[in-house]
Design a protein around this ligand. Sequence first.
Ligand SMILES: Nc1ncnc2c1ncn2[C@@H]1O[C@H](COP(=O)(O)OP(=O)(O)OP(=O)(O)O)[C@@H](O)[C@H]1O
Ligand SMILES: [Mg+2]
Length: 317
Amino acid sequence: MKTDDAVIRCEQLTKRYPGHVMAVDRLDLSVKCGEIFGLLGPNGAGKTTTIGMLTTLVVPTAGRAAVAGIDVVSHPSMVKQLIGTVSQVNNLDRSLTVWENLYYHGRFFGMGARESREAADKSLVEFRLSERAKSDVATISGGMARRLQVARALIHNPSVLFLDEPTAGLDPQSRIALWDILRRLHTSGQTILLTTHNMEEADSACDRLAIMDRGRLLAIDSPKNLKKTVGADTIVTVSSDGDLDALARRLQDRVEGATRSRQIDGVVQLQVKGRTGVLPRVVSVAEQEGFAITDLSLAEPTLETVFINLTGKELRD
Ligand SMILES: Nc1ncnc2c1ncn2[C@@H]1O[C@H](COP(=O)(O)OP(=O)(O)OP(=O)(O)O)[C@@H](O)[C@H]1O
Ligand SMILES: [Mg+2]
């Protein structure tokens, strides 16, 4: 495989589960040192399977992947030493306390008793879990459990941190707390690969994103560049009674600057070049075509728009 500054590299990486589910289909991607890289896609896109292959838990059907230049199939135990993983589900050891979860993880990764003890103590302070050091992990909140999973994944100073849906199921406050942690790690140079369904988070936090659907990579770039590919500046959402497919067609044909229009989930979404005067143009075309508008809103393109343009469907489904 090529050597460059990529910490993670996949070439034609493929996983077909028994029963012919093509979970990941010839995935090419690389993640640079120090990047926060996001895998964004709906349920079943293949995000967890991709992380599974990169973290050596899932054996690829074809293609290759390397972490820090080490092949994940031929040297899985070397790769495991170099990575930290936060899985989609809470897999903390319920028979241990908060502190013990960190300590024994360090020991498992070959750290001496003293080194591991010091790392666990330091980590509890850093992750604001000291007060719960002696608690049973079953008794801590979901937000704390996720923070503890991240803390545990980092005990042995991994080169790459993998996080599968790190903020899923967390309340807003715990989400913010977790993102504070991830941003701080990013600033300190930690390479992070995470998966998410959440476009706002992906947009604001990731340096680059891979948009996946049904195992395929659809696009890979920075959030800013991905949004540029929309080729429109304004997204108009129109609610109306009547035949929405017909309204979508009329708006696309007649609104000046319209680049794309479609009915999605009971509303019409129109993509328009330019920002000024869009609203009156839409209202007047709809009225002339005999549609009564019941609601109207303007927004800038988002990653959701990018996803809709790539797949014809919404990411939130
Ligand atoms: N162990 C397995 N055996 C068979 N099929 C599987 C297995 N794990 C996942 N799949 C299938 O592979 C596809 C990709 O699943 P995967 O869990 O990687 O998606 P995902 O993007 O992580 O989805 P989610 O957002 O729901 O977590 C799905 O069709 C899923 O049903
Ligand atoms: Mg998943």
